[in-house]
Design a protein around this ligand. Structure first.
Ligand code: PEP
Ligand code: MG
Length: 735
């Protein structure tokens, strides 16, 4: 491998050496091309003239079968195997014994390595087959290192460098062009062969012991000790780390000559390749756990802390990540985020949106197809991701980026234009926020105020409970930044999918329906009182709006109000000035409130619909479960009727009603809301421009009238999306 040879000469030399050492008559290497063809790249024993000419498609013949299934074939009578195909140019019909293994790297098949013998009846023993797989791994590194491309016909590209496009979910608008940074970078194993088996086995044993110990200490930490999901995952880690089969395979690989780290990589690569074909989501999830575990073990062996990559145009590619992990990266470096999982309301996505990072989610397979440094384009508008894009695609997106910059410029020029429909209805466009990083957007977007400040984000990005003084400092900074603009703080909305690692939480069957938000806050009033006190102190002498999440029962509003009264008295006793004006509101997120709208309105200064949750409960569809999250339409007639009922109840009682879920930020849905009677909505800051551009062209009354006809028709069901699009198109409204 280290001899200074030209690539072809090196391959020729390798197959020759293998044939010699394995005492076989034939050794051949096939490399997978981007067009799905396996091309013979080198052979010892077959007709040398067939190199770069002999070809098999994926799934064709024995070689194609090995590549397609990522499994070795060890045969004593190859010609009689049902998949056998005879390639006349190679003259291989006389070889009965056949051993072929996939050339795998990080679970991807890059080619196939084969040895053959004339004598029938011989089977390669298990150890030989294992050793052969190891050699294939070395060849995989060689293919990945490049330099083989030029050996074939001009224009041939290898599968490894093939451009791949993925269709994902658009989670945050924008276009990101850059280079892949794998969030948990696969550890690069550079030393492959051990010098001394015994000392390598003890290295492995030691690393395994440390791994197990670290899992044990994780499990005994108080903050994870009794937490459902988290705990279950860690328990599986423990089980896997003890798995005898896994340990045996690792040891075997070391005994076959690999270093401990190369053994981990090999065993993991085999497992991934085999399990990738399975579709059972449970098994695939487990595979991810095993991957994580193997990565930990690798880091342990190599002594790497898994540090991130410091490129300036990073597109972070991850299976999934926490909101705090995203904040570990420097904002200026990140051009985009690509997740294999993730949904519009995952918190990492919400944070990415606050930072204006384009995000595509549900991009299946992107992690294993990517290498650090690969060029990549993420289109947060469509959800498409282009890995290693050809120059035309790259150019197209560079143009699109420029075009979007122009459009952004246009939106910026709308910033000072009042948000009024063509027929003069003033619409309050507010923005959602939750972190200090969001605040500059208040001016940049031209939002009228902050319609939803998610206070739990401060708690979620912290590793320990924020102190009262930290909370107060943040709230004061927000009110200062807003100046004359109104701010609506939502009290802590934790529990459900928003777990705080430092807050003990029992396992729940249905966390979204469980011990969360107001339910938790009223049972443990200490947390809520601390927060209310911090809010009231920060707002002393100024205006502030406070709203409560997930209200289900009107008694919860009374209980919350009496907590506020107590805090106000407390502050007065200690000489603080009250807020100049304090308004109290509730989020309408639970359908139970839809049937008590009149008394609800009677108790409050304002109401804001949390359409993300309301939609989830209305359709009984888990907002975080990608299999169902996009199944139903938030522009469906029954849901819109519910929203309209709230808007009408607000009108009846003179109580302002707003909506602050994600649908407010989509121009077509925002148009629907105006047609239902909403005069205030709150959205992510980048949506304000597009929504304003829409409403400037809208005749609100006309839409309301036409829309009412549809919604009032008792036989009308299904989605109103078609009607709304048609309306927008007829009136040249940009949506
Ligand atoms: C909602 O549920 O619509 C909402 C705005 O709150 P969150 O997304 O934080 O649950
Ligand atoms: Mg909510």
């Amino acid at each position: 491998m280290i001899e200074p040879l030209e690539p072809q000469a090196r391959l020729d030399q390798i197959v020759k050496l293998i044939a010699k050492h394995m005492e076989t008559e034939v050794c051949s290497l096939y490399v997978l091309r981007a067009d799905g063809v396996l091309e013979l790249y080198a052979t010892e024993g077959l007709n040398p003239g067939s190199v770069h000419l002999a070809q098999l498609r994926l799934g064709e013949g024995l070689v194609g079968t090995i590549a397609a299934t990522a499994r070795p074939l060890n045969l004593s009578d190859a010609q009689n195997h049902p998949a056998f195909t005879y390639l006349p140019e190679t003259g291989e019909e006389i070889y009965a014994t056949f051993l072929g293994v996939p050339v795998l790297r990080a679970g991807r098949t890059l080619g196939v390595l084969v040895v053959q013998n004339k004598a029938a009846g011989r089977v390669y023993p298990e150890e030989e087959s294992e050793a052969f797989e190891t050699v294939a791994m070395v060849i995989a590194e060689m293919i990945a290192a490049g330099g083989l491309e030029g050996l074939s016909r001009p224009g041939v590209t290898l599968d490894l460098t093939r451009p791949v496009s993925f269709e994902g979910l658009p989670l945050c608008d924008g276009i990101g062009i850059g280079r892949v940074v794998l969030h948990e970078p696969r550890v690069i194993v550079s030393s492959l062969f051990n010098e001394d088996v015994d000392s390598e086995v003890s290295r492995l044993t030691e690393a395994l012991a440390i791994l197990r110990q670290s899992i044990e200490s994780m499990l005994s930490r108080r903050d994870v000790a009794d937490e459902g999901e988290h705990r279950a995952v860690l328990e599986t880690y423990r089980k896997f780390a003890q798995d005898r089969g896994w340990v045996r395979r690792l040891e075997e690989a070391v005994r076959n000559g690999l270093t401990a780290e190369a053994a981990v990589e090999k065993v993991q690569s085999d497992m991934r390749a085999r399990m990738m074909h399975l579709t059972d989501p449970y098994i695939r999830e487990r595979l991810h756990d095993f991957d994580d575990l193997a990565n930990r073990l690798l880091r342990q062996l190599i002594g790497q802390a898994g540090a991130g990559n410091a490129v300036s145009d990073a597109v972070v590619v991850a299976r999934n990540m926490g909101a705090a992990e995203l904040l570990d990266y420097h904002r200026g470096q990140i051009k985009g985020l690509v997740l294999e999982e993730g949904a519009a309301t995952s918190h990492v996505v919400i944070v990415a949106r606050a930072l204006g990072i384009p995000v595509a989610g549900q991009v299946k397979g992107v992690v294993s197809m990517s290498e650090n440094g690969d060029p990549i384009v993420v289109d947060g508008e469509s959800g498409d991701v282009h890995l290693r894009p050809p120059p035309e695609v790259h150019e197209l997106f560079a143009d699109k980026l420029g075009f979007r910059a122009e459009r952004q410029q246009r939106y910026r020029s709308l910033r000072e234009v009042p948000a009024k429909t063509r027929d003069g209805a003033a619409i309050g466009l507010q923005m959602n926020a939750g972190l200090l990083v969001d605040l500059p957007q208040l001016d940049e977007s031209g939002a009228e105020g902050i319609g939803l400040f998610r206070t739990e984000l401060q708690f979620m990005v912290a590793s320990t409970m924020p102190r009262a003084s930290d909370q107060e400092r943040l709230y004061r900074a927000v009110i200062d930044a807003a100046g004359e603009k109104p701010v609506t703080f939502r009290t802590l909305d934790v529990g459900g999918d928003k777990l705080l690692p430092y807050l003990a939480h029992g396992p729940e069957q249905n966390p979204a329906l469980g011990y969360r938000a107001m339910r938790l806050a009223l049972d443990r009033p200490g947390l809520l009182r601390t927060q209310l006190r911090a809010l009231l102190k920060a707002a002393t002498g100024r205006n502030v709006k406070i709203m409560f999440p997930m209200v289900t029962d009107l008694a919860e509003i009374d209980a919350a109000r009496s907590l506020i009264d107590r805090e106000l008295q407390h502050l007065e006793r200690f000489g603080y000035t009250r807020p100049k004006e304090l308004q109290l509101g509730a989020m309408l997120e639970v359908p139970s409130l839809l049937y008590q709208l009149d008394p609800l309105m009677g108790m409050l200064d304002f109401v804001s619909i949390g359409s993300n949750d309301l939609f989830q409960f209305f359709f009984a569809v888990d907002r975080g479960n990608a299999n169902v999250a996009t199944r139903y339409d938030d522009l469906s007639v029954p849901f819109l009727r519910a929203l309209r009922d709230v808007a009408l109840a607000g009108e009846r009682h003179g109580v302002p009603v707003s909506l602050c879920g994600e649908m407010a930020g989509r121009p077509l849905s925002a148009m629907a809301l105006i047609g239902l009677g909403f005069r205030s909505i709150s959205m992510a800051p980048p949506s304000i421009g597009p929504v304003k551009a829409m409403l400037l062209e809208l005749d609100a009354q006309k839409l309301r009238d036409e829309f009412a006809e549809l919604l009032d028709d008792p036989n009308e069901a299904g989605s109103a999306r078609g009607f709304l699009k048609d309306f927008a198109e007829r009136h040249r409204i940009p949506y």
